[in-house]
Design a protein around this ligand. Structure first.
Ligand code: DX5
Ligand code: ZN
Length: 218
């Protein structure tokens, strides 16, 4: 299996100092960028031009998490902005297979995200189209919420389905990840871990990234 990836979310960082905030997580594998449009979720963050500037400035690749409506129309701009991976929500896409192929053609790795109430079954038939499945472990929209342990079976099902199909699939978890919950998520089969508040509230972000990576990898 692939090594674990620790992807700090800059959502709760100081947006006035975003360049320095990206430098603070240079020890991590990827920077998780939460794109929100005030429609799919009740919060508003970055658009493609900001993501393009962050991609140029960041010492590590960007993992864009699109919490936006009408992903079919808007997602490709984030691949063109230079994000290494682009993850759209299954609930926000009319034609997820077509969109995945467009994103691949634009040069990105492609992820598909599931809100907590979205069942995994409709995804299983099209799993081969994706490089990554993001199992949300909070309701998307805000950092600092508590991990939903009821999502652990969903992580397990995605990992098992990928194994059965012989796919090399990353399983990402996002929401409430800390030193305790990362262990549960890893045990269930996740290998890509987003952590926002756990890393940005730590005095030493690099040390927290290292601690999370060590727990996830064992
Ligand atoms: C929530 C976002 C997350 C958020 C995670 O909608 O998708 O990426 O920043 O923050 P924590 O780790 O604090 O739950
Ligand atoms: Zn996210």
């Amino acid at each position: 299996t692939a090594p674990v990836s620790i992807n700090p979310s800059v959502l709760n960082s100081d947006f006035m100092r975003i360049g320095e905030e990206l430098d603070r997580i240079a020890d991590a594998d990827r920077a998780h960028i939460d794109v929100m449009d005030n429609h799919f979720v009740p919060n508003l963050t970055f658009g493609p031009s900001m993501v393009e500037q962050m991609a140029r400035r960041s010492p590590i690749p960007l993992d864009a998490h699109l919490m936006i409506a009408d992903a079919d129309r808007h997602a490709v701009a984030y691949a063109e902005a230079g994000a290494e991976s682009v993850t759209f929500h299954l609930e926000a896409a009319q034609a997820p297979v077509r969109l995945a192929r467009e994103l691949h053609r634009a040069g990105a790795k492609v992820g598909v995200a599931l809100r907590p109430a979205t069942p995994v079954d409709p995804l299983l038939d099209i799993l081969a189209e994706f490089d990554m499945v993001l199992v949300m472990t909070v309701e998307p929209g805000f950092g600092g919420q508590s991990f939903l342990p009821s999502m652990l079976p969903k992580i397990r099902r995605v990992r098992e389905a990928a194994g059965t199909a012989g796919l090399e699939l990353s399983v990402q978890v996002d929401g409430g990840i800390n030193r305790t919950t990362i262990e549960q998520a890893a045990e269930a089969g996740a290998d890509v871990f987003v952590a926002g508040s756990a890393i940005y509230t730590a005095d030493d972000a690099a040390a927290e990234i290292g601690a999370l990576r060590e727990i996830a990898a064992r």
